[in-house]
Design a protein around this ligand. Structure first.
Ligand SMILES: Cc1cc2nc3c(=O)[nH]c(=O)nc-3n(C[C@H](O)[C@H](O)[C@H](O)COP(=O)(O)O)c2cc1C
Length: 361
C-alpha cells in the first residue's frame, strides 16, 4: 500500500504538494453527531502556519481551511470529511536553481531514485506543508477526545540546540505554551532559545531540538497488543513527521541507568479505593495499553536541510556542485512542529479509542 494514509478506524489520507494548488485530507471514520465547523479547525492551523513570527519561515500563507464534505447542519454525518486549504503564496521560481541539484539532507535524491520524477517546487510532497493536513484532521480528533473524556494532547519545545528547559509538566498549560513565539512555556529558557535561533538564522544555518509531548487524562484500556501497542503507534506517528530523528516514550533512555526497584511504578489505592499508580516512569501505558495516567514522550528534530550557507553537493547528472539554497525556510522548525505533534497524538488516540470500542461491545 502507498503510504499516504494513517490509522485504521479513524483513518486519514492526505494529499497535495507544497507549491501545487492545495493541500488537504480525507478523514474517514469520524463518529456521526460531532458538532464541527471550520472555526474548530482554523486555530490549530494558525499555530502551524508559516510567517507567524520572526523565527519562522517568511512564506505568507493564511492556510484557510474549507470543509467540503461530511458535515451537515453543523454536525459530522459519519461519512468522509474532506478538508482543504488552497496554496496562495507559492513561488516555484525560488526552486528553479535547485531543480537539478540534490540538497544535502532533504528528499530530492531519494524521491528521484524512488519515483524517477520529482515535483521540485518547494520539495513537493516531501515538504512539511503536507503536515497542514494532519493538523486539520488532528483538530477533529482533539475536539472529540476533549468533549468525551476531557483528554488533552499538548506539547512544547523543551530543547533547542543545547538550551533545555526543566519545567515540570504540571506547570505547563496550552496558554503558557502559545504565549511564547518559540512555544516553550518557561520564559527565561524561551528567551535564550529565541536568541539562539536568531543567531543561527543570521549565520544562514539551521538548528534542531526536542519537543516534549503529553496526553492529559487519556481513557484507560487503549492500545492493541501485540504489534499495535499504543507507544508503538505513537512512535510511528511521530517518526512520520518531517525532520524527526528520535522518539522516546516514558522514562525512555533515562530508565537504563535506574534499578527495577527505583523504576517500578507502585500501585496504590486512593481514598475511594480506586487503583492508581504512585509514580509514572512507564509514561502512561503497561504492556502497550493505557493505564489512564498521563502519557508523555519526547520527539527529536534535526536541524533542517535547506540553508543558504554554501554546501558541497552533486547534481542529478553526477556533477559536483556548490549550493547556497534560495527560498523561504525555517531556521528551526520546532515552534511550528508543536501543533503537528499534538495532532498526530490525537489521531493515534482517537483511532485506538474506536478500535477498542469495536472489540469491547
Ligand atoms: C514544521 C516543519 C517545517 C519544515 N520546514 C523546512 C524548511 O523550511 N526547509 C527544509 O529544508 N526542511 C524543512 N522541514 C523538514 C523537511 O520537510 C524534511 O527534513 C525533509 O522532508 C526530509 O525528510 P527527513 O528529514 O525526515 O529525512 C520542515 C519540517 C517541519 C516539521
Amino acid at each position: 500500500m502507498p503510504g499516504n494514509s494513517f490509522g485504521q478506524l479513524f483513518r486519514i489520507t492526505t494529499f497535495g504538494e507544497s507549491h501545487g494548488a492545495a493541500v488537504g485530507v480525507v478523514v474517514d471514520g469520524c463518529p456521526p453527531g460531532l458538532k464541527l465547523s471550520e472555526r474548530d479547525i482554523q486555530p490549530e492551523l494558525d499555530r502551524r502556519k508559516p510567517g507567524q513570527s520572526k523565527i519562522t519561515t517568511p512564506r505568507k500563507e493564511e492556510d484557510t481551511i474549507h470543509i467540503l464534505s461530511g458535515v451537515f447542519e453543523g454536525k459530522t454525518t459519519g461519512t468522509p470529511i474532506l478538508l482543504i486549504a488552497y496554496n496562495k503564496d507559492a513561488k516555484p521560481s525560488d526552486y528553479e536553481t535547485m531543480k537539478d541539484i540534490y540538497r544535502p539532507s532533504h528528499g530530492d535524491y531519494t524521491y528521484d531514485i524512488k519515483y524517477g520524477i520529482r515535483d521540485w517546487r518547494g520539495s513537493g510532497r516531501a515538504s512539511a506543508r503536507e503536515t497542514l493536513a494532519r493538523v486539520a484532521a488532528g483538530a477533529i480528533a482533539k475536539k472529540y477526545l476533549f468533549e468525551k473524556f476531557g483528554t488533552e494532547c499538548l506539547s512544547y519545545v523543551e530543547q533547542v540546540g543545547t538550551i533545555k528547559s526543566n519545567i515540570s509538566i504540571d506547570k505547563v498549560t496550552k496558554a503558557a505554551i502559545d504565549k511564547s513565539i518559540v512555544r516553550c512555556p518557561d520564559k527565561t529558557t524561551a528567551d535564550k532559545m529565541i536568541r539562539l535561533i536568531e543567531k543561527v538564522k543570521n549565520e544562514n544555518d539551521s538548528i534542531g531540538g526536542v519537543i516534549k509531548g503529553f496526553i492529559k487524562s487519556p481513557p484507560p484500556g487503549l492500545g492493541e497488543p501485540v504489534f499495535d501497542k499504543l507507544p508503538a503507534d505513537l512512535g510511528k506517528a511521530m517518526l512520520s513527521i518531517n525532520a524527526v530523528k528520535g522518539f522516546e516514550f516514558g522514562s525512555g533512555f533515562d530508565g537504563v541507568t535506574m534499578r527495577g526497584s527505583e523504576h517500578n511504578d507502585g500501585f496504590e489505592l486512593d481514598k475511594n479505593n480506586k487503583i492508581k499508580m504512585s509514580t509514572n516512569n512507564a509514561g502512561g501505558t503497561l504492556a502497550g495499553i493505557t493505564t489512564g495516567e498521563n502519557i508523555y514522550y519526547r520527539v527529536a528534530f534535526k536541524p533542517v536541510a535547506t540553508i543558504s550557507k554554501p554546501q558541497k553537493t552533486v547534481t542529478r547528472l553526477a556533477k559536483h556542485a556548490t549550493l547556497s539554497a534560495a527560498g523561504r525556510h525555517d531556521p528551526c522548525v520546532l515552534p511550528r512542529a508543536v501543533p503537528i505533534v499534538d495532532a498526530m497524538a490525537a489521531i493515534v488516540l482517537m483511532d485506538h479509542y474506536l478500535r477498542h470500542k469495536a472489540q469491547n461491545l
